[in-house]
Design a protein around this ligand. Structure first.
Ligand SMILES: Nc1ncnc2c1ncn2[C@@H]1O[C@H](COP(=O)(O)OP(=O)(O)OP(=O)(O)O)[C@@H](O)[C@H]1O
Ligand SMILES: [Mg+2]
Length: 386
């Protein structure tokens, strides 16, 4: 069985790692850059962009196709004979779940709560939207944003003017109130082609400057919040007809759960499922796409925590950082074969323990150690010696 993955980032890398034990081989449709998974995959189809020609040739070369990101235009998939029934999630699911405006419209139709929002397609609509929502507000690119790119905080009128001066001629933004977040949660729903559904334990996520920084489970919220979050997750997965993992990011505001956004693929919040759950999000994603039975999603320890390795302000040597990282013996390393860039997700560290506090402590120590060797310093230090 050969599965094609559109995109070659760290999600593709971890899918390949999980798929190897299922006997799957992989091909990647990757941009011409140093993407993570290209380091561990022998069949890489290089493209300049995800246009019809490249995607069609790739779909024809694979038995099944899935995604590491949601940058392929669903209309392209619709136009490829044979893509339906072979590409998961489907064009229909991508259409509903890869654009923040379509997501919010779907949630409204389903009666599932999300923040109040207004869609803006030009400058005057944006002014009008901000008037209606009031300041402080948040404007978000409906499509293509990730890791906070495409999220604009409008604290005062000057922020709106500055955003207007930077916007391209054509855009789609959603504008919503800047909320006082009690917490952020993520729910991961695995759904197979034949409709089998499994949900992971509710995950608690912490973002720094809009980028995921730490995740842990259990969420430490009461069952009312957790059951509501899981119920919304299952309903959304049915509504969009997802196949594979559907990640749903949620806010807790004034004791209520609001849906922030969806991602129709494995998700950063679920990386701790590799060591922390009986079957990881990556393996269940592949099982779902292959229409195999889903595996158990229960935590295998009392608590699991994950800390991202985000490129610090000064360049670091991650290879040299492996030695100090592994001295934190319970910390489990995941490096993404990526070169250093400030703020870039370079890897993550997971730890399991008897409490969330203990797991977080180990994962934070491991992450700090991983990022502790400045670039150029490794040859002079003993950090890399056995
Ligand atoms: N209305 C809001 N009020 C307060 N904070 C917000 C709001 N919307 C977003 N944020 C913060 O910004 C983060 C990123 O926003 P969002 O998830 O919408 O964007 P994104 O860049 O698409 O994220 P991702 O990296 O998950 O793709 C949120 O996780 C949250 O911390
Ligand atoms: Mg997000």
């Amino acid at each position: 069985m050969k599965i094609g993955i559109v995109g070659g980032g760290q999600l593709a890398q971890m899918m390949i790692q999980a798929g190897a034990s299922l006997g799957v081989s992989f091909a990647l449709l990757a941009l011409e850059s140093d993407e993570s998974a290209t380091a561990i995959c022998s069949e890489v189809h290089r493209v300049r962009g995800f246009d019809r020609e490249g995607v069609a040739a790739f779909v024809n070369a694979c038995e099944l196709v899935t995604f590491d990101h949601e940058l392929v235009d669903p209309a392209i998939l619709d136009s490829i004979p044979g893509a339906e029934g072979k590409v998961f999630p489907s064009a229909r699911t991508l259409r509903m779940s890869a654009n923040k405006a379509r997501q919010r419209e779907m949630l409204q139709a389903e009666g599932i709560p999300s923040p109040e929002f207004v869609i803006a397609l030009d400058a005057s609509q944006l002014r009008e939207a901000v008037n209606r929502i009031g300041l402080p507000a948040v404007a978000k690119a409906a499509h293509g944003g990730y890791d906070g790119r495409g999220v604009f905080y409008l604290d005062g009128p000057a922020d709106l003017e500055s955003l207007l001066s930077r916007l391209p001629d054509s855009f789609e933004l959603i504008v919503e109130p800047k909320l006082n977040l009690e917490a952020e949660l993520a729910v991961l729903v695995a759904r197979s082609r034949s409709g089998e559904v499994a949900t992971y334990p509710v995950l608690r996520t912490v973002q720094l400057d809009s980028v995921c920084n730490e995740v842990w489970a259990p969420s430490e919220f009461d069952t009312r919040i957790e059951d509501t979050a899981l119920d919304y997750g299952r309903r959304i997965a049915e509504a969009v007809g997802s196949v594979g993992i559907l990640a749903i990011e949620m806010f807790v505001v004034n004791g209520e759960v609001l849906i922030n956004e969806l991602a129709p693929r494995p998700h950063n919040s679920g990386h701790l499922t590799i060591e922390g759950c009986a079957v990881s999000q990556f393996e269940n994603h592949l099982r779902a796409v292959m229409d195999l039975p889903l595996g158990p999603t229960t935590l295998v320890a009392r608590a699991a925590a994950m800390v991202n390795l985000l490129g610090p302000p000064e360049p670091v040597d991650l290879v040299a950082g492996l030695n100090p990282l592994l001295r934190v013996s319970a910390a489990r390393p995941h490096l993404y074969h990526k070169s250093y860039r400030r703020g870039r997700k370079l890897g993550h560290v997971t730890a399991l323990a008897d409490s969330v506090d203990a797991a977080l402590e180990i994962a934070r120590c491991g992450a700090a150690a991983a990022l502790s060797v400045p670039r150029g310093a490794s040859s002079r230090s003993s950090a890399n010696r056995p």
